[in-house]
Design a protein around this ligand. Structure first.
Ligand SMILES: *[C@@H]1O[C@H](CO)[C@@H](O)[C@H](O)[C@H]1NC(C)=O
Ligand SMILES: *[C@@H]1O[C@H](CO)[C@@H](O)[C@H](O)[C@H]1NC(C)=O
Ligand SMILES: *[C@@H]1O[C@H](CO)[C@@H](O)[C@H](O)[C@H]1NC(C)=O
Ligand SMILES: *[C@@H]1O[C@H](CO)[C@@H](O)[C@H](O)[C@H]1NC(C)=O
Ligand SMILES: *[C@@H]1O[C@H](CO)[C@@H](O)[C@H](O)[C@H]1NC(C)=O
Ligand SMILES: *[C@@H]1O[C@H](CO)[C@@H](O)[C@H](O)[C@H]1NC(C)=O
Ligand SMILES: *[C@@H]1O[C@H](CO)[C@@H](O)[C@H](O)[C@H]1NC(C)=O
Length: 254
């Protein structure tokens, strides 16, 4: 037999549950009342001087003429880009983006609202918002865009050094990366005492050339030079077998 106390307790619990359900329902109706659609962004990094993509997708809608895409950047007046009625509308575009933006017009129909940004600048870094309106509703998503420089290293024997040495050189990095050498023969080996890394500012005074020399290498062993900053990571591998040089590059960028 349940005591009166238990009955009151359970009835309070069940009324809380019913109330919660009702509130959830009201909120649910509220949201569907404003017709929200799912918009998804993907974070990526921009390489200064190259073209970048700010990735954004949404629930597709066959009626292209009803789709409005707006790209906004925090702290920037006007728009980064606007696409509506099947074409670009750049009447309210901020001048820092003039001539540098495009959506993939043929991909909009399938839910691709990604923005192509030409000639990425360091100052393009920031918080962007991808806003999409379709006949089904509207939605938006933010994305943090980082900018810098990264490049794949070239590996070679350093013919200038007195001992058998390898050279890892990458033309453009920013911010200053770390360079770590590893050996396939001994994955835990620490080469910080037998390598020397230098950074040389390029003529545009932002990006730097990275050169790292690894001294006293042994034959038949594969060495990797890994360059990394908070935007990207790139690796180059090199091996010498009795006079034959094998260098192969692997890049893992962005
Ligand atoms: C959008 O389309 C462009 C061009 O085809 C493509 O490069 C990009 O990966 C697409 N983005 C998504 C998220 O599908
Ligand atoms: C080779 O070493 C000499 C002496 O240290 C130096 O002056 C020269 O610049 C080096 N050359 C290269 C290509 O690193
Ligand atoms: C390698 O050794 C140096 C000091 O000689 C140290 O600062 C560094 O953290 C070590 N690196 C690794 C990956 O253990
Ligand atoms: C390379 O090896 C030689 C001979 O073992 C040694 O004298 C030299 O100090 C080594 N160089 C470095 C950078 O460790
Ligand atoms: C590293 O390179 C710099 C400049 O080329 C040179 O001054 C320094 O002595 C080198 N350090 C080592 C440990 O070889
Ligand atoms: C780079 O900096 C140097 C020295 O600070 C200066 O003389 C040069 O004009 C700068 N170059 C550019 C492209 O800003
Ligand atoms: C390197 O490998 C080749 C072929 O696998 C072998 O003939 C040679 O003796 C090796 N050299 C060293 C120094 O281990």
């Amino acid at each position: 037999m349940a005591s009166l106390g238990q009955i009151i307790f359970w009835s309070i619990i069940s009324s809380i549950i019913v109330l919660a359900g009702a509130i959830a329902l009201i909120i649910g109706f509220g949201i569907s009342g404003t017709h929200s659609i799912t918009v998804t962004t993907l974070t990526s990094a921009g390489n200064i001087g190259e073209d970048g993509i700010l990735s954004c997708t949404f629930e597709p809608d066959i009626k292209l003429s009803d789709i409005v895409i707006q790209w906004l950047k925090e702290g920037v007046t006007g728009l980064v880009h606007e696409f509506k009625e099947g074409k670009d509308d750049l009447s309210d575009q901020n001048e820092m983006f003039r001539g540098r933006t495009a959506v993939f017009a043929d991909q909009v129909r399938v839910g691709n609202a990604s923005l192509r940004l030409k000639n990425v600048r360091l100052t393009d870094a920031g918080t962007y918002k991808c806003y999409v309106l379709t006949a089904n509703g509207k939605g938006n998503a933010g994305l943090e865009y980082k900018t810098g420089a990264f490049s794949i290293p070239e590996m070679d024997v350093d013919y200038n050094a007195s001992s058998e040495s390898f050279r890892c050189e990458a033309p453009r990095w920013f911010p200053q990366p770390t360079v770590v050498w590893t050996s396939q023969a001994d994955l835990r080996a620490n080469f910080s005492q037998v390598s020397n890394t230098s950074f040389e500012l390029n003529s545009e005074n932002v990006t730097m050339k990275v050169v790292s020399i690894l001294y006293n290498v042994t034959i038949n062993n594969t060495y990797s030079c890994m360059i990394e900053n908070d935007l990207a990571k790139a690796t180059g591998d090199i091996k010498v077998t009795g006079g034959f040089l094998h260098s192969f590059c692997m890049g893992l960028l962005g």
